[in-house]
Design a protein around this ligand. Structure first.
Ligand code: 9MR
Length: 353
């Protein structure tokens, strides 16, 4: 009898150990970090159950990869279509996620009707149209999105001065400041970001952006944060990154790592993601997250990945090669890079202890 109850207890113990092992929840990104962790999505993909589950489970912030851009919303002069953005918002609300608005003004990917007419507008007409677009959109999403990228990529690609875009040509040097004012008039609470790429790689671009911030702050032009896009490669400079973070923090602004992806195949020599490249990617993300984590709490806005799965990334088309730049592979399996994110948070814990 005793012999029998010994095996019964052993069996129970094993059952408890095994089922605990299965039940014990794996760490989720959204619960592991004390700042929002975001992903850029296409709301049409939410119809796919696996996609929706992973987005809902792992992320606490969502950016529309495309559907909240003027190309989708600005249907005609003073006519707006918010339907796709609204569907994304509905998902976010159901999953207790914040939404970051991207983007109110961008020189690229304008709606066709605007592309065709923009040259014919005089400055005042274009300014009024843009103001009305910004204000209608910000008002529509007022209280629903926490933040907006107001003007995207307004600095020249070389980094010196403003980009010679049609907006700059027609509206002049101060148009970015006025777009920020228009957005603020439409929503006194929404956070306003300036968002750009290559800000770490190009010291000149960083200097231009910091000078813009200094100018805005000296004139009380509203700005709450900087979006560092972070479309980066494995040779990313952590020293330059740290310098940029420090300069932004000095100006009391929030930092959004707004479009993170790490390309592993810049010259297209790989036909599959090697273990070595995956590990380098993991280590680089860990180092980035560790430095981000060390920012004062009020300067941390969010880290957002520019897509969910490698096979969805814009980079395949853009570079002509697979880059495996994201956290998940096409089967929704976590890559070593995912662990890199958690490692970055943990490394910081160890350091603080
Ligand atoms: O990833 C986006 C891609 O699907 C679009 O075709 C493209 C044009 O609208 O924009 C891509 O996202 C860009 C973002 O809006 C701004 N920073 C650079 C991103 C990559 O091009």
């Amino acid at each position: 009898m005793q012999f029998f109850s010994f095996f019964l207890s052993l069996g129970l113990l094993l059952t408890v150990i095994i089922s605990n092992g299965l039940d014990s929840p794996e760490p989720r990104l959204r619960e592991s970090a004390d700042f929002p962790v975001g992903v850029a999505i296409n709301p049409k993909r939410l119809a796919q159950t696996d996609y929706a589950q992973v987005v809902g489970r792992e992320f606490s912030s969502i950016t529309a990869e495309n559907v909240m851009k003027p190309q989708y919303i600005w249907a005609a002069e003073r006519q707006y279509d918010f339907s796709l953005g609204d569907s994304l918002l509905e998902f976010a609300q159901a999953h207790n996620q914040q939404v970051h608005g991207h983007t109110l003004a961008w020189h690229l990917m304008q709606p066709d009707w605007l592309e065709n007419t923009i040259d014919s507008y005089d400055s005042a007409t274009l300014e009024n149209l843009l103001r009305d677009y910004i204000q209608a959109t910000v008002k529509h999403y007022r209280g629903k999105v926490v933040s907006w990228d107001v003007v995207n990529e307004a600095v020249s690609s070389g980094g010196k001065g403003w980009r010679n875009s049609v907006y700059h040509q027609k509206l002049g040097d101060d148009y970015v400041a006025r777009c920020h004012q228009y957005a603020r008039e439409a929503d006194p609470d929404v956070l306003l970001f300036y968002n750009d790429y290559d800000v770490i790689a190009s010291s000149e671009k960083l200097a231009t952006i910091l000078a813009m911030v200094d100018d805005f702050q000296s004139r009380n032009i509203p700005i709450d944060g900087i979006g560092l896009q972070m479309h980066i490669r494995l040779d990313f400079s952590l020293d330059k990154f740290q310098y940029a973070l420090d300069e932004i923090v000095k100006r009391n602004l929030k930092v959004h790592l707004s479009e993170v992806d790490i390309r592993t195949n810049p010259d297209g020599e790989l036909s599959t993601l090697t273990e070595e490249a995956a590990q380098q990617q993991q280590e680089l993300l860990a180092a980035i997250v560790q430095r981000y984590q060390q920012l004062p709490a009020e300067n941390k806005f969010a880290i957002t990945f520019w897509g969910l799965r490698d096979n969805e990334s814009w980079l395949t088309k853009h570079t002509g090669h697979p880059q495996w730049p994201l956290l998940f592979n096409e089967n929704f399996s976590k890559k070593p890079m995912y662990q890199g994110f958690l490692d970055g948070l943990d490394a910081n814990q160890t350091q603080l202890d």
